[in-house]
Design a binder for this molecule. Structure first.
Ligand code: ADP
Ligand code: MG
Length: 334
């Protein structure tokens, strides 16, 4: 198991990571989710041994690895830009990951490389040049190269960033299957909500080099612990409501406020607010966006602006009614 405690990384005076604590247990997929510049790549590089830490400790099981050189840590890293060698063919790239393992003979290296290429669905591509592959294929080769030496920890930097939107979901499912099949504990970092929540068991939210929240993925999704995290996790409509006797009255009914709160912040994702003629809240349509399987509608209401979904496109200026899934509301102390 990986245990990162109080790890900081600085570039000159600039603090990129500020006392980060993180655990990856056996068989677990952990996603660190944060906006660009939040310190995700710095974190992976520090754990991999490619960036010195200014404070803190990195421990694998009971072995401190903080000061071990990268190649002695036994961790595999797939870089954000893949960093494949364009002058090697596919199998050459994967074998490169095995060169540090002196106990392997060349035929053994080749058969191991073939086995992982098979695992990632790239069997038969051995002698293709990597610059003649699609983004998704390159991603699989990079993954195979990271997996080939059987690392005790796999780290992935924005693994789906270079894949076309249409292929993302498919590749995310593939990646999930491959990681599970290999059984390697995995730490991935991404700015993409879908990528984090479709792949990970545990999500850690990072901003400005600090951990804001961590927990099982469904729990973090349902219960962001701050307004900043809620906004980052797609909560677009927010109401500030007075708390009376422990409850706040939303236009759709009462919700329980956090203990001791005098004002509640009640937030909704667009998917949990729907245009419905029977909805109790009325609003005037300001903008309409087409979103493939639904429309995203911005409204002005007596309770403030709301972002809601609709199966049909209303016209700008229309009056519409809105219903809410109160169970899905995010409730915080304002
Ligand atoms: P992310 O991967 O989340 O986008 P990074 O870890 O790459 O974030 O960067 C975190 C912060 O550290 C950013 O402000 C970035 O500009 C800075 N940074 C990253 N690498 C370097 C470097 N080699 N030298 C100086 N500053 C850096
Ligand atoms: Mg990065």
């Amino acid at each position: 198991m990986l245990n990162v405690s109080g790890v900081s990384v600085q570039y000159g005076e600039a603090v990129a990571l500020d006392r980060v604590d993180l655990t990856v247990n056996r068989g677990e997929i952990v996603a660190v989710l944060g906006p660009s510049g939040s310190g995700k790549t710095s974190l992976l590089r520090a754990i991999a041994g490619l960036e010195p830490v200014t404070t803190g400790e990195i421990v694998w099981d009971d072995e401190p690895v903080t000061h071990l050189p990268a190649h002695r840590r036994g961790f595999g890293l797939m870089f954000q830009d893949h960093a494949l060698f364009s002058h090697h063919d596919v199998i050459g790239n994967v074998e490169f990951g095995l060169r540090m393992q002196d106990d392997r003979s060349p035929p053994d290296r080749r058969s191991r490389a073939r086995a992982v290429l098979d695992l990632v669905g790239m069997a038969g591509y051995d002698h293709r040049r990597v610059d003649q592959l699609s983004g998704g294929e390159q991603q699989r080769v990079a993954l195979a190269r990271a997996l080939a030496p059987s690392p005790r920890l796999l780290m992935l930097d924005e693994p789906l960033a270079s894949v076309d939107r249409e292929r993302r979901e498919h590749l995310a499912a593939e990646l999930h299957r491959i990681i599970r099949a290999a059984g390697t504990p995995t730490l991935l970092v991404t700015h993409d909500l879908d990528e984090a929540f479709t792949l990970a068991d545990v999500v850690v939210v990072l901003d400005g080099g600090r951990v804001l929240q961590r927990g099982p993925a469904p729990k973090v999704w349902r219960a962001p612990n701050s307004i900043v995290v809620a906004r980052f996790l797609g909560v677009t409509t927010k109401l500030r409501l007075p708390v009376v006797a422990g409850s706040a009255a939303t236009p759709w009914g009462m919700v329980t406020a956090p203990p001791n709160a005098t004002t509640a912040w009640v937030g909704f994702r667009a998917a949990d607010l729907r245009v419905d003629p029977d909805g109790p809240v009325g609003g005037t349509v300001r903008t309409v966006w087409f979103r493939r399987d639904h429309y995203l509608v911005e409204l002005d209401t007596a309770d403030g602006p709301m972002t809601v979904t609709s199966s049909r496109p209303p016209a700008v200026g229309d009056r519409v009614q809105v219903r809410a899934d109160l169970e899905a509301a995010v409730i915080l102390d304002a």
